[in-house]
Design a protein around this ligand. Sequence first.
Ligand SMILES: Nc1nc2c(ncn2[C@@H]2O[C@H](COP(=O)(O)OP(=O)(O)O)[C@@H](O)[C@H]2O)c(=O)[nH]1
Ligand SMILES: [Mg+2]
Length: 475
Amino acid sequence: MKAREPIGASSSTQPPDATDPYSENIVAAATPAGRGAVKVIRVSGPSSRNLVGRRLPPSRRRPWKPRHSSLTDFLDRDGNRIDQVLVTFYAAPASYTGEDVVEISCHGSPAIEAQIVDGLLAEGARLAEPGEFTLRAFLNGKMDLAQAEAVRDLIRSQTAHQARIARDQLDGKLSRVLRSVKERLVRVISHMETGLEFVEDPVEPDSRDKLLRDLRRIAGRIGELEESFRVGRVLRDGFVATIAGRPNSGKSSIFNALCRNERAIVSSVAGTTRDAIDQTVDLEGIPMQLVDTAGIRKARSPVERLGVRKSLDYVGASDLTLFVVDRSRDFSTEDARIWTELKDTLYLLVVNKIDLEAAVRIPSELESGARSRSDVSALTGQGLDTLRGAIREAVAPDSDWERERVVVTEVRHQECLQRARQRLGAGMDAYRDGLSEEFPLYHLRGALAELGGVTGETTVEDLLGQIFSSFCIGK
Ligand SMILES: Nc1nc2c(ncn2[C@@H]2O[C@H](COP(=O)(O)OP(=O)(O)O)[C@@H](O)[C@H]2O)c(=O)[nH]1
Ligand SMILES: [Mg+2]
């Protein structure tokens, strides 16, 4: 019997019992559905080895050398070969889940995969829930919660940049920063607790000041992490940018140029692009969903009216608007009307057709209300790189975030941090008011627990369920 203690079991000497969910052996395909060169089926749990072994030819059943792949047949119930497979065994705790894991690589047919999985189910495994392998890794202490969430983000990442942020979090970058913040807080707490224990020897006034200073610094650090979420959210999930402007200003041409293809209909007949179309592009590592709208103007046909309505809806729902103004024509009441729809949102002024003679005079309030102004020609491509940079700058202002600092990308983390900072504030207030140490301590311990929530030191079952159900099966 190997030394392994599943989390949740009260003692390592007890045999696995049926009520302990982690004594169950789980199975799932780790590779996506459909045909491919190979498929990988993963089994994890205390009897994964025996379970798989029962479907191998007797001569191959043992010994199981860890991390050693062996080529063998995988048999059906009657001993007939389903496929020739490669079986790799990972002994607990040195496996992804921390349990005994067997990985079976078979030929990439959905039919073969189904037969192998069915065979393992017949031998007593059960189908894994989404994220259950990673859940077990977390429960067995192989990774903390922030790292487990990073596994999911890494799988979902669409750009190399997103992958790197997830990878950093998986490596424990966020966890390490939080650990140092928590350590500082623990020092303050234990110092205060000392004052509590020796009432006749209360914390000295100058050390009170020092403790308050320390707390302020800790709160400041948490505030910085919280702040990084503004950018982190965009880096992880991307953003929506809508192109708005009057008909013929060149919206579709700019859309095409930014998408670097010819998906939108470019036409010199005003009002051709009646609906909104969108495409997601990689903007310096950030996924940008770019929306090309119908021209916003008094629509003449019902179909066009629908398109115009949609444009305004899109503007309202996007993170950023590119307001395109045609340089070769006079600034019109139509332009002004669009601006009234935009002026309270984050918008960039894009003056298009700079290859043509200038005719437009742009009202100063329109320019000063814009985040930036870019002069471009969708036709020649001039100024488009500057526009790309301006968009990037508008949604993710400080490029330092990704280089050296840690970025918070998860709403759940952001919320924990926010609550931690509030509790810290309440603790500082109580301490400053000269209340007995118990009062500030109550809040400071609360703050510590909130910080612990990010990495999962104080997790409750339903929170775990929520997080891991958003994984894919087989991870
Ligand atoms: N000279 C010049 N023409 C442009 C430029 N951008 C767009 N156009 C032309 O302006 C017309 C309207 O363009 P389009 O992209 O369909 O405008 P939309 O109605 O705003 O989508 C087309 O004939 C384009 O070729 C530009 O930068 N310079
Ligand atoms: Mg158009």
